[in-house]
Design a binder for this molecule. Sequence first.
Ligand SMILES: Cc1cc2nc3c(=O)[nH]c(=O)nc-3n(C[C@H](O)[C@H](O)[C@H](O)COP(=O)(O)OP(=O)(O)OC[C@H]3O[C@@H](n4cnc5c(N)ncnc54)[C@H](O)[C@@H]3O)c2cc1C
Length: 453
Amino acid sequence: MKYLKKGFSLVSGWGLNKWAEVNTSTPKNLDELVNLIKESNSGSILARGLGRSYGDAANLDGQTVINLDNFKKIEFDPSNSTLTVGGGATLKEIIKEIVPKGFFLPVVPGTSNITIGGAVASDVHGKNHYQDGSFGNHVKKVSLVDGNGYIQELSPSIENQKEKFWATVGGMGLTGVIYEVKVNLISISSSLISVDTRRFNHIEDLIMEMEKNAKDYKYSVAWIDSLHKKFRGVLTRGNHLKFENLKINEQENPLVIKSTKERSKPKFLTKIFLNKFTVKVFNTLWFYKSPRNEIGKHESISTFFHPLDKIKDWNKIYGSKGFIQYQFFVPSDSKEKIKFVLDYLKQNDVPCFLTVLKKFGKRNSSYLSFPDEGWTLTTDIPNSIPRIDKILNILDKEIAKSGGKIYLTKDSIQSADIFKKTYRFFNYWKKIKKELDPELKFISDISIRLEMF
Ligand SMILES: Cc1cc2nc3c(=O)[nH]c(=O)nc-3n(C[C@H](O)[C@H](O)[C@H](O)COP(=O)(O)OP(=O)(O)OC[C@H]3O[C@@H](n4cnc5c(N)ncnc54)[C@H](O)[C@@H]3O)c2cc1C
């Protein structure tokens, strides 16, 4: 057994496939945070939120990660529907605070267990990217302590701040520590979502429907049966329900947030090995369990946006090697690559679990942000599959050829070469990184792997 250095602990991303020994520092206030950064050496620090990135983005082996548990302010300003929130506050805490007041976050990812710092640093997207863009599109101000220990108040609308703002949004924690964020909220008159669900026997028909009727729905996401010959799927779309459309009993408490208890993961999932056969059985059950065509089901925010948050430790079902969440983007004119990737994984006997397709709208001005106009497919793959890194490296190249890229916050295996070919604004970002952090104090295991400096 390997012993950890004194004061160090072992951490990983959500995929449990990359580990790091870190010393965690939890500054009590802004002064302590500034001093910590000023006194740090080159290559020795990184902010870490709840570790819900999947690979090595929040890891820094042998060094210090900064925890913002003492930065949890949540301050709502009803006069302009904005929220000023500490970098360590979680989306779950924020939703609990703002929904009963009739407001909601403009973008939420598939889990509420992330911090605001992590939401900005990864520029997270939700089921509404094609309508509303990613998280950074709605941020009015980011307060950052940079590598010099200087406080930077960054707004996207102020000329001499906007480059630093967009280098920090999607900047994967490498420009400094985000300790506060001001974000616009959307107003809602109920906490329920009206959900339409429809099954499709072919992925082509499903994609066509997502393109054709995109305007009718604020949120849209499809689950794909990755082992089916025609990649059938289930499309789920929704809109916030207006008060007047609630049932009488729902109108009594329209903005209620029900506290959801985390359930343990189903026991059978800990016992079975995820292979082609078990995934096929699961997918068939899932497909037929979904309604053929259901209109207007009322669902709570947690059921619609964050169903996986209800299952405790679901990331542990893949065994000791963990899993890789492979998420790529391809532009609209290369959508045939989605089928190509699914076919290739199937031919190579890779059991892809929980495969999800989303449509993206226009990119924002972030240099390293992931979303761009087109499509994104996400799939969970056991890391124990022989030669999985080689298989995915081949796909990375195909995706790069069609103008696509791999999401940094999910990535565990792409090469520096692919990263530099596909993140076309990387060199601009690097220049701004140098201004904000000339001594390169902020690094991460992914930044080392991708040779970002
Ligand atoms: C079940 C599940 C579903 C998900 N669904 C989606 C989805 O739909 N869309 C999507 O975009 N993402 C999704 N994600 C990924 C997740 O939203 C991002 O990885 C997010 O960044 C995690 O936030 P965190 O607080 O856990 O940050 P970490 O994972 O701890 O860190 C992520 C990155 O943010 C940086 N960072 C964290 N805090 C700060 C700070 N205060 N200042 C500066 N940098 C900081 C870290 O250095 C690191 O580079 C999902 C993750 C899970 C587990």
